[in-house]
Write a protein that binds this ligand. Structure first.
Ligand code: UGA
Length: 428
């Protein structure tokens, strides 16, 4: 079966390459001609472990193009995986999705199964169905379904090949989409959750909302354990062993970031607001995350009263194993520290400081350069290479002795044994 994937971002590209590796014929479409040129040369436009190798070995089954007309005409199954970024008011922008619908409407002449992969507000897929009709596509020529994506950046391939579930939202009376998807995903066995279009859209939001809630919960508990001189990781372990709670996403730190949680929670908040639904938990989850950094900035200011001293920040990406800095808590922290007046020096193995703040901070090509003569080291992203550091050597390189562990990865006793002052997140 010929498959067209529209959108070559994390979701679309990972899906395209994975399906190609499972011997499906894929046409991956994107409007960005630079991206397509790169992909044609086998270059992945972002850092995602192992994706380039899989692309190379599946190259014969995949083509990259900007020509949406040809790709749609020659495909039976169309996945839409375009971005839905936040607008100023928090709502998800559906501009890219609507633009795709226009393109589809002009090119559907034979039956197409249209699957929305993008994260979209509840009701959007129903709207997609309606809009295609309004744009003149005959109802017997298409069916619309929702099949949200749950992959994590940095683990994209693993999560696509070993998902914990496959969620499919279909319209009443649609008897073809689920069997079709089960055939396409035959080599990816998972439990299926079949629901209506809006149900699938809401499962996606609820999934991210719940994960973000766990993070804000543990960060709030870290504030409590900080006061009572209790180790937060013991609390996380203690409650995580209860299978009703589960141990994942209970790592206290400077908060969640990335292109998904902040955006999706804002979109959900917007939807709740316009539908007059009270969502106090949702509000609290975001409020805790938004203020988490401030707590550590205050602690740093107390320890480093000379507000122009040199600080080294390790990690700029929103988490390890990605080069993505979108809504990174590290970037927010760096911005705050630089605005205060500190001389901020950063190092990251893959990520680059966004252009808007390049004049405020110095990014170094090595960790040593960033650390040299600094008064403090702040760990903002838990890259594995930051975990085991030669503390004795580091102490000799530094001008001061403040260590702020924003992801609780270091051994407090070991760090302190080298004469450092250690601040973690809810640690004793
Ligand atoms: C998230 C979800 O985990 C995916 O299931 C979902 O498909 C994706 O969003 C999406 O909607 O596209 P992702 O944004 O790649 O994936 O990153 P996560 O691994 O979920 O981490 C998000 C943030 O939470 C990171 O900043 C991370 O450092 C932070 N985090 C995570 C914590 O602070 N503590 C934890 O215990 C776990």
């Amino acid at each position: 079966m010929n498959i067209c994937v529209i959108g070559a971002g994390y979701v679309g590209l990972t899906l395209s390459i994975t399906l190609a590796s499972l011997d499906h014929q894929i046409q991956c479409v994107d409007k960005d001609s630079n991206k397509i040129t790169q992909l044609e040369k086998g270059v992945i436009p972002f850092y995602e472990p192992e994706l380039d190798d899989l692309l190379q070995s599946s190259r014969k089954n995949i083509t990259f193009t900007t020509n949406i007309s040809d790709a749609v005409k020659s495909s039976d199954l169309i996945f839409i995986a375009v971005g839905t970024p936040s607008r100023q008011d928090g709502s998800a922008s559906l501009l890219a999705l609507y633009s795709v619908l226009n393109d589809l409407s002009q090119n559907i002449t034979t039956f197409k199964t249209i699957i929305v992969k993008s994260t979209v507000p509840p009701g959007t897929c129903e709207e997609v169905h309606q809009k295609l009709a309004e744009l003149g596509v005959a109802s017997h020529l298409y069916v619309v379904a929702s099949n949200p994506e749950f992959l994590r950046e940095g683990n994209a391939l693993h999560d696509t090949l070993h998902p914990d579930k496959t969620v499919v939202g279909i319209k009443d009376g649609d008897t073809t989409t689920v069997p079709l998807l089960k055939t396409i995903y035959e080599k990816i066995p998972t439990p299926y959750i079949i629901t209506n279009l809006t149900g699938a859209e809401l499962i996606k939001y609820a999934n991210n909302y719940f994960l973000a809630t766990k993070i804000s919960f543990i960060n709030e508990m870290a504030r409590v354990s900080d006061k009572f001189n209790v180790e937060i990781s013991h609390i996380a372990q203690g409650i995580g062993l209860d299978p009703r709670i589960g141990k994942e996403f209970l790592q206290a730190g400077i908060g969640y970031g990335g292109s998904c949680f902040p955006k999706d929670l804002k979109a959900l908040q917007y939807i709740a607001k316009i539908n007059q639904i009270e969502t106090p938990i949702l509000h609290a989850v975001q409020q805790i995350n938004d203020t988490q950094i401030n707590l550590y900035v205050e602690k740093i200011k107390k320890q480093l009263p000379n507000l122009s001293e040199k600080i080294a920040v390790l990690g700029v990406t929103f988490k390890a194993h990605t080069d993505d800095t979108r809504s990174s808590q590290s970037i927010a922290l760096i911005q705050q520290l630089a605005t205060i007046g500190y001389d901020v020096n950063v190092y990251d193995p893959k990520g680059t400081i966004p252009t808007e703040i390049q004049s405020m901070v110095t990014q170094h090509p090595s960790m040593e350069d960033a650390i040299k003569n600094s008064h403090s080291i702040i760990l903002a992203t838990d890259w594995p290479e930051f975990v085991l550091l030669p503390w004795k050597k580091i102490k000799e390189m530094m001008a001061g002795s403040l260590i702020v562990d924003g992801r609780n990865v270091w051994d407090k006793n070991e760090v302190e044994s080298h004469g450092f002052t250690y601040i973690g997140v809810g640690r004793r």
